[in-house]
Design a protein around this ligand. Structure first.
Ligand code: C2E
Ligand code: CA
Ligand code: CA
Length: 524
């Protein structure tokens, strides 16, 4: 399959092993970095989740404990004044109270209210109370509120539990052990009354702009909301901590998995291709090469296709590489040549000039086997052109040149495929007895792009060397006309016909083969 986007083609075409290995390494690295970032995010998420749950627990326990133990009755008996006796009793209660809540006793009934506390007289104004909830407890009405001390306005607020005459102050703190000091600017917690949008307490000094992520919990017990925040720098510092242990181990694990997967994928493909070779699952598609002046089909290029047992038709970019690596390309080409003489016999008989191009690689020129294989058959090799690609290097040019000469004794022709795009650098033209230059689609395309200097150079060179020219990849009228204007008449490309099965080729030859709209006619 060919993709519309060149980078997709690049991605899915076969590459040398090192490309896969590098890709696997990079993928594993990317994966481990991302996974370690995800781990860091998960960890800070847990951290701040833990923060809110912890504060919720502290506050809830303090209130529950205070309300269920209204042990102030003794102190309440000492009413009227804040005597040393009263203070002493309150102090005892203060010290014995599990959560060090401050017991207080109301001394009067007017605003500001005077209370006696273990530390002396304390005054509260009614407006300092934010009412949280009223609850019936052991037949008495208890209420809960947020309160701040007017004598210490900067002091963190208290939770206040009271049955009217006496109560407890539960101190909220700006520091708790669970939120370490050094994380003060990376994490923060907010305790608020959601209804009034009133912030009771904020722990941590993280600027609002640094907040990356927050987590919020509504208290089950009180109408309070606990929110925790974390900054990007906290995630990054976690990420740094994780870099060595987590990232490294993830990298090793993902590398192993990916490597196994790629090896499995290669092995599976290789096994499928070995089967394909054994069961001869390869067959040709044919793409017409036409005379653009007359519309007449001059010949075809045989392009290999693979049909696995599931019936799909697979393009060479997916398998040629494997066949070349295993050396099976030789026998595949040999079978292909046998097939084309069978497939095309009627077209060859109808038209003396009709020919078929078959692609070969430098491997075909490594020894004389290919020549001897062809020699065994009595085919009319004047109808065969071998397209030698420039895309692969030929190590021994002199030897390859001898083999080409030997092959040509059979009467076949040699075409230089992909000229100007590969390793040849014109040396193939110099060394080998070439009949035809195939202008690559890259240069055909240069006509649309309006920069055809290289194309013109090749055309000029072909003229000088008296070589035949075929233009490949002709996709539109503009290219076709541009080529005609430059004296290139043999065209191959989607503009005329796509590669097709032999059955379709016969139909195409009947329908269009000799009546194709002439490019030179009309305007445009
Ligand atoms: P190639 O020899 O350059 O063949 C031309 C390729 O261009 C074909 O791709 C053809 O379908 C495609 N093509 C034709 N007209 C157009 C067009 O107008 N626009 C564009 N964009 N493309 C066009 P295909 O069939 O996928 O073959 C790809 C390559 O596989 C061939 O390139 C050739 O290098 C190799 N190949 C095909 N069959 C064989 C074979 O039997 N043996 C060897 N060694 N290689 C083969
Ligand atoms: Ca070709
Ligand atoms: Ca080509």
């Amino acid at each position: 399959m060919r993709y519309r986007h060149p980078w997709l083609n690049l991605l899915f075409s076969p590459h040398p092993r090192w490309v896969y290995n590098t890709a696997v390494m990079l993928l594993a690295l990317l994966f481990s970095l991302l996974a370690s970032l995800a781990t860091s995010l998960y960890q800070v998420h847990n951290e701040i989740k833990h923060d809110v749950n912890y504060l919720d627990q502290i506050v809830s326990v303090a209130i529950k404990y205070g309300l269920e133990k209204p042990t102030l009755s003794e102190a309440s008996r000492v009413s009227g004044e804040c005597s040393t006796d009263t203070i002493e009793q309150l102090e005892k209660l203060y010290v014995s109270h599990l959560l060090m809540s401050i017991p207080i006793v109301n001394l009067d009934k007017q605003n500001p209210y005077t209370y006696c506390s273990p530390f002396g007289v304390e005054q509260f104004e009614q407006r300092n109370f934010k009412n949280l909830l009223n609850t019936q407890l052991k037949g008495e009405m208890w209420r809960l509120a947020i309160v701040s001390l007017s004598t210490a306005p900067k002091h963190p607020p208290y939770l206040y539990g009271s049955n009217g005459q006496y109560g407890f102050l539960f101190p909220l703190r700006t520091e708790y052990l669970f939120l370490e000091n050094d994380l003060d600017h990376q994490r923060s917690i907010r305790l608020s009354l959601p209804k009034e949008n009133y912030t009771i307490l904020e722990i941590g000094s993280m600027p609002e702009s640094d907040r990356l992520y927050s987590n919020s919990v509504a208290s089950n017990y009180l109408p309070l909301t606990f929110e925790s925040f974390v900054s990007t720098s906290r995630v990054l510092s976690k990420f740094k901590q994780n870099l060595w242990p987590v990232t490294t181990s993830l990298f090793m694990i993902s590398l192993t998995i990916l490597w196994l997967w790629v090896s499995y994928w290669h092995a599976k493909k290789e096994i499928a291709l070995q089967k394909a070779v054994r069961e001869a699952q390869f067959f040709p598609y044919y793409q017409p090469i036409v005379d653009a002046q007359t519309g007449k089909m001059l010949g075809v290029e045989a392009l290999l296709r693979w049909r696995p047992s599931d019936g799909r038709v697979i393009a060479p970019s997916k398998f040629i590489h494997y066949l070349e690596q295993s050396g099976d390309i030789i026998s595949t080409t040999e079978n292909l040549i046998t097939t084309i003489y069978h497939d095309l016999s009627s077209l060859m008989n109808q038209n003396d000039e009709f020919y078929c191009s078959v692609n070969i690689t430098p491997l075909h020129l490594q020894n004389d086997d290919f020549y001897y294989y062809l020699k065994r058959f009595q085919h009319d090799y004047s109808k065969l052109t071998l397209e030698l690609t420039e895309r692969q290097p030929i190590e021994n040019l002199a030897l390859a040149s001898q083999r080409i000469a030997l092959l040509k004794t059979l009467g076949l022709k040699i075409s230089l495929d992909d000229a100007g795009t590969g390793y040849g650098g014109n040396s193939y033209l110099h060394y080998f007895d070439i009949d035809t230059i195939k202008i690559d689609k890259m240069f055909t395309r240069s006509i649309d792009e309006g920069r055809s200097a290289v194309l013109d150079g090749y055309i000029e060179m072909a003229k000088q060397l008296e070589l035949n020219l075929v233009a490949e990849g002709v996709e539109n009228k503009l290219e076709a006309k541009g080529l005609l204007l430059r004296g290139v008449f043999q065209h191959q490309g989607y503009y005329y016909a796509k590669p097709m099965s032999i059955e379709d080729l016969h139909r195409w030859a009947l329908d269009y083969g000799y009546t194709q709209e002439l490019v030179s006619e009309g305007s445009g």
